[in-house]
Ligand binder design. Sequence first.
Ligand SMILES: [Fe+2]
Length: 279
Amino acid sequence: MTSDDSSSWRPPIHGAGLGYRKELSKEFTLHRAEIDVVEILADQWFGHDNPRRLREVADEFTTVTHGVGMSLAGAGRIPDDYLAEIRKVTDACGSSYYSEHLAMTHVPGADSGHLCPPVISEESLRVCIRNVDQAQEALGIPLAVENITYSFSLGTGHVEAASFFAEIMAATGCFMLLDVANLYINSKNHSFDPLGYLDQLPTDRIVHIHLAGGLVTSTGHHIDSHSETIGEEIWRLAAAAAERCNPSAVIVERDDNFPDFEALVKEVAMSREIFYPRS
Ligand SMILES: [Fe+2]
């Protein structure tokens, strides 16, 4: 796919929802009317029986698909068998795009065990573009690449790092998943203006939003734990993002320390109010 193919195409508007969790399937069904869309974490649905179960979820809910294992910023090419597994998931869900972190998780022969940010350099840019092109070709749909949190310098200014995303989008025609919590956390940990970061992005390419609540350590370091209620400052930054983009889906991420399901659904409703005020 080239930037010309997708410059005017946009995925449909799905609305606000939650990351889907198999163990909470009863609660999801109970609250179906209050959840516009669920996000399927593709890496959790590999294996022989999963396509059937996944199609059941996709029949019940509007779905979007997301992953953690592509290692788009890794030096090696993405393994073809990994992309084939992802394709089964996106096909089962009828996905119009697939989101993945702009991160390195592994290189041939070594696994970092977590998401590492890309080095901001010309060589790294070429690798990311090559990998995004490979993934889009294999999946047959555009990617939306996500900003991650990081604990150390990227080798350039933090706000300027946004232009790295812009160059990948321009070269590949991919979209962006803006994780508002990740942007907030990075801006706190590295003392930069998150609105300045947003201003460096082609915000019309943002098709997907993540929102989550994190922890703050006793030394004041912010952590992307997905374990807390979404805080006021993140809602404020979400409102600023909503003024600049028109996303297909807004997903509340919660992976730990689960509250009552009603509290999660309330956060979905707040997200809807901010990003889709007239719906
Ligand atoms: Fe995220």
